[in-house]
Design a protein around this ligand. Structure first.
Ligand SMILES: *Cc1c(COP(=O)(O)O)cnc(C)c1O
Ligand SMILES: [Zn+2]
Length: 433
């Protein structure tokens, strides 16, 4: 990849040429397998080898901490490090990001780890980290002249896509497996776009979406034909953590894995910060978390394989239920290169993980967060995580979206008639006070 400050004008676009600077400091799409560079456009597979493409940047870019600190209170403060134009914050979008990083001392004490933080991405506009990736994909879709924002989704992406499209004033079409959690169906449908429930697994829905993307030339499928841009949004999970820690990298992170994109981009984000001199390039270890009912990457990791064998998902962690994860092999690379691991936890452990985080830190996570917290616990117990190293766990979604997961485990401590007498008896009976 040669450094360049010239403006690259993409040619692959439903609307023809795009405006100069449409992709900020991004200069090309480069193949993760063979390294061949392509012009920026609506392209996601390498024409040479069919490998996945990722966004490459001008290597001469200079960004300071002060520039970033002076930016908006959203992920657009990292505009110079994303494939988006300098005026991105002036367009109508949900402007997600800058979610809180919570010091989790009570959870740390309970688990026997010294310094623990929760990056709580349930605080985004549609209550999951997917708002980040959709924000960048929407920008690319707009710059490339697409007229419809679409996606196949395990739930949260449907929420984020429908809401962002509504705010941007464009049409949305989202496809979901029909057994999706009811709250995620309703919190998508309310935005008024087209919502299609498909009788199949997410992997079936994904295949169908690729087929539709081939036919509908002015539809941007956020995680299919504009996937390289979408994926870059996850880097902001790394940028924010580093900035919130006072511009340094954590020593260990635990990240949930569905397609694996988020985990690989958190690693990419930490690497870029080091190269740009925004942080000391200190070593960090990346750990992946999966549900045992859909753990193709954890299985490959534990067996020492480089290829990820697809599985048929069966877990309460539906937002992570991708049986054939596109970035699975790259997750293995990152985990092995950084000295991390990929682990999986059972549905019961996931439910306990949700309750543990809620009870100790007052944070109610969806099942994906339960996976991450339960994996943190398991990695500590097995000695894979260093209890003395500063650790960040990512909570990527809100528990209100997956209430069924804990519905039969929690409820009122007592149900009583409205008298003091009854209350007192209940206190004695249930040991309430
Ligand atoms: C989609 C999703 C993930 C994982 O995303 P990938 O980038 O596909 O690995 C994690 N958590 C939640 C809540 C999600 O919705
Ligand atoms: Zn290639």
């Amino acid at each position: 990849m040669t450094a360049s400050t010239s403006t690259v004008v993409p040619t692959v676009s439903p609307a023809g040429a795009v405006r100069p600077g449409a992709f900020g400091n991004a200069v090309a799409l480069s193949c993760r397998e063979c390294g061949a560079a392509q012009e920026l456009g609506a392209l996601y597979a390498c024409p040479e080898c069919f490998g996945p493409l990722e966004v490459a940047y001008d290597t001469d870019v200079r960004v300071t901490r002060a520039d970033i600190a002076a930016g908006p209170q959203s992920l657009w403060r990292y505009q110079p490090l994303l494939p988006v134009p300098t005026d991105v914050a002036t367009f109508r979008g949900l402007d997600p990001g800058m979610t809180r990083l919570v010091r989790a001392d009570h959870l740390a004490r309970e688990l026997g780890i010294r310094t623990l933080w929760v990056k709580d991405d349930s605080g985004n506009p549609t209550h999951s980290f997917k708002d980040r990736v959709v924000a960048v994909a929407l920008t690319a879709a707009r710059e490339l002249g697409f007229r419809v924002l679409a996606c196949p989704s395990t739930g949260n992406l449907a929420n984020a896509t429908a809401a962002a499209a509504a705010r941007a004033g464009i049409r949305s079409v989202v496809l979901v497996p029909k057994d999706l959690e009811r709250p995620k169906v309703l919190t998508t449908a309310v935005y008024g776009g087209v919502l299609v429930a498909v009788d199949g697994t997410y992997d079936d829905v994904n295949r169908l979406a690729s087929e539709i993307a081939g036919e509908q030339e002015d539809w941007a499928f956020v995680n299919v034909n504009v996937r390289p841009y979408y994926a870059e949004g996850s880097k902001t999970l790394a940028f924010e953590v580093a900035e919130q820690l006072g511009w340094r990298l954590p020593e260990q992170v635990v990240v949930p894995v569905a397609s694996g994109s988020q985990l690989t981009k958190i690693d990419k984000g930490f690497g870029e910060l080091g190269r740009l001199g925004l942080v000391e390039p200190t070593p960090y270890r990346v750990f992946g978390a999966q549900a045992a009912g859909c753990s193709p990457v954890a299985t490959a990791y534990s067996q020492g394989h480089d290829v990820v064998r697809p599985v048929r998902p069966d877990t309460i962690a539906k937002s992570l239920a991708i049986g054939n994860p596109a970035d699975g092999p790259y997750v293995l690379d990152v985990a092995r290169r950084t000295g991390g691991a990929v682990e999986s936890v059972t549905d019961d452990e996931i439910r306990e993980g949700i309750r543990l985080l809620a009870r100790t830190e007052g944070i109610f996570a969806e099942t994906a967060g339960g996976v991450t917290v339960a994996t943190l616990k398991k990695l500590l117990e097995s000695g894979q995580l260093d209890p003395d190293a500063e650790t960040v766990v990512y909570n990527t979604g809100d528990g209100l979206k997956t209430l069924d997961a804990i519905a039969d485990r929690v409820g009122p401590s007592a149900t009583i008639p409205p008298t003091y007498d009854a209350f007192e008896r209940a206190v004695e009976r249930e040991g309430l006070a």
